[in-house]
Design a binder for this molecule. Structure first.
Ligand SMILES: [Zn+2]
Length: 411
C-alpha cells in the first residue's frame, strides 16, 4: 500500500494551510487561506499534467484527467477548501496518535483529552493510528480528507494506469457558509455525467437524501409615540415579532426526518425588530407548505397591525439532493456495489444539512455523498482513523474503475 503514507502526508500538508471560512465576509472566497490552498493544489495538478486546469478569482479550481477509455462515463469529484469556524482556532495542528485503549492526550499544556467516555465509538479503532487535533481547532477532515483522497486518486490513476474514463475535479470555497463556492461553480467547467462529494462522516456512511433548507428574514418597523400622546397608534415591533414567534410551531429537537421551524435570530427595540426563521423539510411538497404557512402568518400579522411595516424575504439555502438525483441512480448504486466488493458495510443516513452535492444534484448532475472516515465533524474532537481514511480512498478508486459497469438497481 504505497499510497497509505502519501495519503496521510497530503492530508497533513493541506490541513497545515489555515482556510477557515468567515460567514461575516461577503466576498468569495471569504478568507485568503482558501485561495492559498487552491494555488497549492493547482500547482500539483499542473505537475500531474492534468488538462483544462482553471483557477478563478473566487478560488474555484477545476481540472480534467483524460480517461484511457472513452466508453466510460465522466465522473466528477467536488470537495471544499474551507474548514468550519465555530469559534475554534483557524490553525490546525493535526497529529497522529495510536489509540491504545485509554483516553488520548491531545494537548499537554491545556490538558485536553479525547475521552472514551464521551467518544465510545473510538473503541472500534483499538491499536490503530488516528489523526487527531491538538484540542484547539477542528481537524478539518471536513473536507481536507476528501481533498487528499481526490488528489491521491489522480496520482494513483496516473501511476497505476487502470482503465478509466475522464475524471473532472472541482475544489470550491465556502461550503460551510452556505455552499457559496458550489453555487458559483460554472458547470461548463465541471462536465460530469455524475459526481461525488466525500463530505461526511464515519466508515460506510452514504448520503443521497438531505433536508431542504430555507431562511425567512422578517423586519418589522413599529410606530413610536410618547406614552402621554392621546393618539393610540403606537405599535411595538417587539410584540409583533413575539406574536409571529407564537404562531410558528418551532421544533428545536427534530428527530430523523422530521420537518422543523427554528427561530435562529431575534433582535428588537421600540422602533424595529428582526427575526430569522430556519425552515426545513426532507419533503419537497411539505417544504413548500411550510413556506406558504409562514407567508400566511405574515399577511395575517400585517392585517392585524396595519400601521406596522412588515417586510420579509424567504430564500432557499439548499435543496434535497434526492430530488435532483431522481431516477438517475447509477452513481448511488455504484457506491453500494463497490462497498460490497470492498467488504464495507454501508450505513445510509439522511442528512439534516447540505453538501455541495445538494446544489450540484439539483443543477442536473447527480452527486451523492460518501464517507471520509472521520468522526465528530465541526468539533475540536474531530478524529480520523487512518484505516477508514484509506478505505475512502480505495472506494474512490473502485468507483472510478467500475463506473462503466451496469449495476443492478438496489431496492
Ligand atoms: Zn464539509
Amino acid at each position: 500500500m504505497w499510497y497509505k503514507d502519501t495519503l496521510v502526508e497530503r492530508f497533513l500538508k493541506y490541513t497545515a494551510i489555515s482556510s477557515q471560512s468567515n460567514s461575516e465576509e461577503k466576498i468569495l472566497p471569504s478568507s485568503s487561506g482558501q485561495m492559498e490552498l487552491a494555488e497549492v493544489l493547482k500547482k500539483e495538478l499542473e505537475k500531474m499534467n492534468l488538462s483544462d486546469i482553471k483557477l478563478t478569482e473566487n478560488a474555484i479550481l477545476t481540472a480534467r484527467l483524460k480517461g484511457t477509455d472513452t466508453s466510460f462515463p465522466t465522473v466528477g469529484f467536488i470537495t471544499h477548501l474551507d474548514t468550519f469556524d465555530g469559534g475554534f482556532s483557524p490553525d490546525v495542528k493535526a497529529q497522529i496518535k495510536k489509540f491504545t485503549g485509554s483516553d488520548i492526550l491531545l494537548n499537554e499544556k491545556e490538558k485536553i483529552f479525547l475521552t472514551i467516555e464521551e467518544n465510545p465509538e473510538i473503541l472500534k479503532y483499538l491499536d490503530e493510528d488516528i489523526l487527531v487535533t491538538d484540542g484547539t481547532s477542528v481537524l478539518g477532515a471536513d473536507d481536507k480528507a476528501a481533498v487528499a483522497v481526490v488528489m491521491m486518486s489522480l496520482e494513483y490513476l496516473i501511476k497505476e494506469k487502470p482503465e478509466h474514463g475522464d475524471i473532472v475535479v472541482a475544489f470550491v470555497p465556502d461550503e460551510e457558509i452556505g455552499l457559496r463556492g458550489a453555487k458559483a461553480l460554472n458547470l461548463d467547467d465541471f462536465k460530469a455525467d455524475f459526481a461525488y462529494t466525500l463530505d461526511c462522516c464515519e466508515l460506510g456512511e452514504v448520503t443521497c437524501d438531505n433536508i431542504n433548507s430555507a431562511s425567512c428574514i422578517v423586519n418589522i418597523e413599529g410606530v413610536v409615540a410618547h406614552s402621554m400622546s392621546t393618539k393610540s397608534d403606537r405599535v411595538n415591533p417587539i410584540l409583533v415579532a413575539v406574536d409571529l414567534i407564537n404562531r410558528i410551531e418551532t421544533n428545536d429537537n427534530p428527530k430523523e426526518r422530521e420537518a422543523m421551524f427554528n427561530i435562529r435570530e431575534f433582535s428588537g427595540g421600540v422602533r424595529n425588530s428582526r427575526i430569522r426563521v430556519a425552515i426545513g423539510s426532507f419533503d419537497k411538497v411539505e417544504f413548500q407548505q411550510q413556506k406558504d404557512l409562514i407567508t400566511r402568518h405574515l399577511k395575517d400579522l400585517q392585517d392585524l397591525y396595519p400601521k406596522a411595516k412588515i417586510s420579509y424575504e424567504i430564500f432557499d439555502n439548499f435543496l434535497n439532493m434526492k430530488d435532483g438525483i431522481g431516477d438517475k441512480t447509477h452513481s448511488v448504486d455504484l457506491i453500494y456495489a463497490c462497498m460490497e466488493k470492498l467488504h464495507i458495510t454501508p450505513k445510509t443516513i439522511s442528512m439534516r444539512g447540505g453538501t455541495d452535492g445538494s446544489d450540484i444534484s439539483n443543477r442536473g448532475i447527480p452527486t451523492p455523498n460518501y464517507f471520509t472516515g472521520a468522526h465528530n465533524f465541526h468539533s475540536n474532537f474531530e478524529f480520523l482513523p487512518i484505516s477508514s481514511f484509506i478505505k475512502a480512498f480505495e472506494l474512490t478508486i473502485e468507483i472510478i474503475k467500475s463506473a462503466n459497469q451496469n449495476i443492478n438497481k438496489k431496492d
